[in-house]
Design a protein around this ligand. Structure first.
Ligand code: GLU
Length: 472
């Protein structure tokens, strides 16, 4: 199916409807939850380096304001269109609900290929886009808080916060108008790797469930699992890293120009550096090169992790996929047709809208840091270290024995920002995995984990609506 015919938003609606049947909510309330509340489609001119004026097509969609601010990334890609941004905004609502992050869902997109623009042009586009959002009241720490997504990162977020602050002088919480910022601009340690680490925590939790692994014919644990990751961007790179560091074997890595396979395992950092040097991952020494990237998804492995764009696994290629677990690090990589194929084959799909929620979870921590105007750990680090040191010396004195130097350092250590962020993320991903699995186990008629995740999300959003008194 071509991208033209494929409606991502329609796919999300389809999955929603499938799950809504397992809930008890009023039909009208379900329609309200599903709908995109506010859609801002804009066009603005930008003068390029060569003097040409280009009309830029861009969007910001606020899917739900049942909790404010709305939250979601901004994507730079030449595939951006309104349907895609609407779908991604909807997923944000459900994602935030599942991980108990108190935001409504939103998403932004600018239809450009960042590779075709100089950094000066990208800066002008980003700043103008931000100014348009300010004019229409579509951005602000209590209104709508963008973040990075496909094709954007810390640099773009720095431009956004700077533009916002210059247009809103004196707004004390202005730094909270966007997340994913550089640390020097109010970012939080741990945001960069957050989505990849969240994917790892989520899959690790699923892989620790004996009954679930038994049904798939797999051993529990991450160690020794053969993994293929599609996409070596921020999410794919970090996901690959955490899996390899924890004993998984990275048998395949795919990018848009091609893919690599090595049954003995690849190192994502070596491949990343090689690609940076040569401009392509192809012909990486010691691995088999695959010219047609999509074929990599069909190679032998235990866990397949699509970490790039939507609609990469569909009714056509799903029957050929050999993985027993598909972990959706990207948003919407599987179509509803692919879901049907995997449900009938007994393949476990760990769904995007909670599995890749690590990014928005740590964005929430960053936003809280911005509102509280204090770095995590600043207040308690020394206190904890002094207290631990005191406890240790008491133990040594009373027992007459000495604690080893390495152990001592570990026990004494008070939390830094990164420790607290990683711990908050780990807790969030473990609790969300268990909550979804419990819903699935308690209702055997639910066909797959995605539907269970939607049921979880719908129940939470619907409850907030009723608590607001909107639908008594
Ligand atoms: N773009 C990321 C996502 O799709 C992060 C959003 C955020 O941090 O607000 O979840």
């Amino acid at each position: 199916m071509s991208n033209q015919q494929y409606s991502f938003f329609h796919s999300v609606e389809k999955s929603f409807d499938k799950a809504a049947k397992f809930t008890k909510w009023d039909k009208g309330l379900l329609e309200q939850i599903k709908a995109c509340n506010s859609i801002y489609s804009m066009r603005f001119p930008v003068k390029m380096d060569d003097g040409r004026i280009e009309v830029i097509e861009a969007y910001r969609v606020q899917h739900s304001q049942h909790k404010t601010p709305c939250k979601g990334g901004i994507r730079f890609s030449d595939e951006v269109n309104q349907d895609e941004v609407m779908a991604l905004a909807s997923l944000m609502t459900y994602k935030c609900a599942i991980v108990n992050v108190p935001f409504g869902g939103a998403k932004g997109g600018i239809r450009i290929n960042p590779r075709n623009h100089s950094s000066y042009e990208l800066e002008k586009i980003t700043r103008r886009y931000t100014a348009e959002l300010v004019k229409k009241n579509f951005i602000g720490p209590g209104i709508d808080v963008p973040a990075p997504d496909y094709g954007t990162g810390e640099r773009e977020m720095a431009w956004i916060v700077d533009t916002y602050q210059s247009l809103k002088p004196g707004e004390i919480d202005a730094a909270g108008c966007v997340t994913g910022k550089p640390i020097s601009q109010g970012g939080v340690n741990g945001r960069r790797e957050a989505t990849g680490l969240g994917v790892f925590f989520g899959v690790r939790e699923v892989c620790s469930m004996k009954d679930v692994m038994g049904k798939l014919g797999l051993e529990t644990g991450i160690k020794g699992k053969r993994v293929i990751v599609q996409g070596l961007g921020n999410v794919g790179y970090h996901t690959a890293k955490f899996f390899r560091e924890n004993g998984a074997i990275l048998v395949g890595l795919a990018e848009y120009e091609g893919a690599l396979y090595n049954a003995d395992g690849l190192n994502e950092e070596d491949v990343f550096q090689y690609r940076k040097k040569t401009g392509s991952i192809l012909n990486f020494p010691g691995a088999t090169s695959i010219a047609h990237s999509a074929e990599a998804l069909e190679m032998d492995c235990d866990i397949l992790i699509p970490a790039a764009l939507e609609n990469v696994v569909n009714g056509d290629n799903a029957p050929r996929i050999k993985a027993k677990i598909i972990a959706e690090a990207a948003n919407g990589p599987l179509t509803p047709e692919a879901d049907e194929v995997f449900a009938s084959k007994g393949v476990l799909v760990i769904p995007d809208m909670y599995l890749n929620a690590g990014g928005v979870t740590v964005s929430y921590f960053e936003w809280l840091k911005n509102l509280s105007h204090v770095r995590y750990g600043r207040m308690e680090k020394r206190f904890t270290e002094n207290m631990n040191s005191h406890i240790l010396s008491q133990i040594e004195e009373l027992s007459g024995k000495q604690v080893g130097q390495k152990e001592k350092q570990f026990i004494m250590h008070g939390p830094d920002e990164i420790d607290l962020v990683h711990s908050g993320l780990e807790e969030t991903m473990i609790s969300a995995t268990r909550e979804i699995m419990d819903i699935w186990k308690n209702n055997p008629a639910i066909p797959d984990m995605r539907t269970a995740a939607y049921v979880c999300a719908i129940n939470k959003v619907a409850t907030s609506y009723t608590e607001l008194g909107i639908f008594p």
